[in-house]
Design a binder for this molecule. Structure first.
Ligand code: DSN
Length: 426
């Protein structure tokens, strides 16, 4: 068979792009060689609909073992009593929980998308916001932090069946204990989507949502530094509140309802090569070296946020507890959109993403803000002493977005800084 040079040339170009640039997209990271090897392995050839020991296909004796190891390591990592490692992505994990806990038209509550929430938490263009009725809470304008009083007030008024915590652009710790109290007062199920800070939670750097929430979803590829995918966990199993029975008439536990929601509810065959890679990544995340890495991610983010503020940028909430920061560009550059900032920085091989900020005056296509995160550059071995220089380069470009020679000279500086660093330096 002839080699598909068209695609492999593109893969090589993408490797070069990743190698020579400064990657600051908060949700991205670089996986280890062994995670990559597992993803590119023969496990991709296997159909395994069902769960370990209960499959619809023969020949699953090996993938049963690797999926079981992935589950056991996930449980160990987060102190969970149950985990489902089959969701193909975070959005699939979330949809599975919605499918398990809500009927079409039921009300749930999540963080407003414009305040840092996620598409799958009730956006009107996502199934979560069209099949179900979303009510939202937001952040306080003065502090940029979650408004728990508003959350409580909306919960009491609307009585959502499910409350969702977690965000894709929020830099602060969550008060899971208070959220659980609110959920318990109205008999709602509390779900945390920890896709972003999962690695910080797994290492004990942030509070463990698994200990407070009924159900926790995550992706495996952000701070957790595994393959692209999703997962669902519970700290404690509980009797499903929906009266769903087994074929023999017994009450189904929530773990069984969630398993059925993933498969056959919304997915078919699991991606066993990705599940093997999840197991490898969870094994890595259980090591002291990974904990050191996560501490460095936080240190880098805190240093970077401070440096932006020193240069007159408005960092929402005045800093960060985790791996990311959200910057409102308006006070420093009233005319500069997040879109122009993103596009200009990309030309200097610095990758960030435009992002709505709370109470934004622009649309999601333009935005007044940018989101910046440190998981990927930390994996490449950068320490806090490199952060001022990176912020300096970003600042110089944003102050002068039409200066072509500055963009070009910065690109060379960025390439010099990154070219010889392995993608995975830990
Ligand atoms: N797209 C992810 C992020 O960037 O946060 C969330 O799914």
């Amino acid at each position: 068979m002839t080699r598909d040079t068209q695609i492999f040339d593109l893969i090589n170009q993408e490797r070069a792009r990743q190698t020579k640039g400064i990657e600051l997209i908060a949700s991205e990271n670089f996986v280890s060689d062994q995670v990559m090897e597992a993803m590119g392995s023969v496990m991709t050839n296997k159909y395994a609909e069902g769960y370990p020991g209960k499959r619809y296909y023969g020949g699953c004796q090996i993938v049963d073992q690797s999926e079981t190891i992935a589950i056991e390591r996930a449980k160990q990592l987060f102190g969970a009593c149950w985990a489902n490692v089959q969701p193909h992505s975070g959005a699939q994990a979330n949809l599975s929980v919605f499918f398990a806990c809500l009927k079409p038209g039921d009300t749930f509550m999540g963080l407003d998308l414009n305040h840092g929430g996620h598409l799958s938490h009730g956006s009107p263009v996502n199934i979560s916001g069209t099949y179900f009725r979303q009510v939202s809470y937001g952040v306080k304008e003065e502090t940029g932090t979650v408004d728990y009083d508003m959350m409580e007030e909306v919960a009491m008024r609307e009585k959502p069946r499910l409350i969702v915590g977690g965000a894709s652009a929020y830099s602060r710790e969550w008060d899971w204990a208070r959220m659980r109290k609110i959920a318990d007062e109205i008999g709602a199920i509390l779900m945390a989507d920890i896709a972003h800070p999962a690695g910080l939670i797994a290492t004990g750097e942030l509070a463990n949502a698994v200990k407070f929430c009924h159900i926790v979803t995550t992706t495996t590829h952000k701070t957790l530094r595994g393959p692209r995918g999703g997962m669902i966990m519970m700290g404690e199993d509980f009797e499903n509140p929906f009266g769903i029975k087994t074929p023999k008439g017994a009450t189904k536990m929530m773990s069984a309802v969630l398993d059925s929601a993933v498969f056959p509810g919304i997915q078919g065959g699991p991606l066993e090569h990705v599940i093997a890679a999840k197991a490898v990544a969870f094994g890595e995340a259980l090591t002291p070296a990974y904990h050191e890495y996560i501490k460095q991610v936080r240190k880098n983010a805190a240093t970077m946020a401070q440096e932006f503020m020193n240069r007159g940028y408005k960092v929402i909430s005045g800093g960060t507890d985790n791996h990311l920061m959200l910057i409102d560009l308006r006070p420093k550059f009233p005319e500069l959109t997040g879109k122009v900032a993103e596009n200009t920085l990309v030309r200097a091989d610095i990758t960030i993403n435009k992002n709505m900020v709370p109470f934004d005056s622009r649309s999601a296509f333009q935005t007044s803000g940018v989101r910046i995160g440190t998981p990927a550059i930390t994996t490449r071995g950068l320490k806090e002493d490199a952060m001022p220089e990176i912020v300096g380069m970003i600042d110089a470009i944003l102050c002068d977005v039409e200066n072509e020679s500055l963009i070009e000279s910065t690109r060379k500086k960025v390439n010099d800084m990154m070219q010889d660093r392995p993608l995975f330096a830990w």
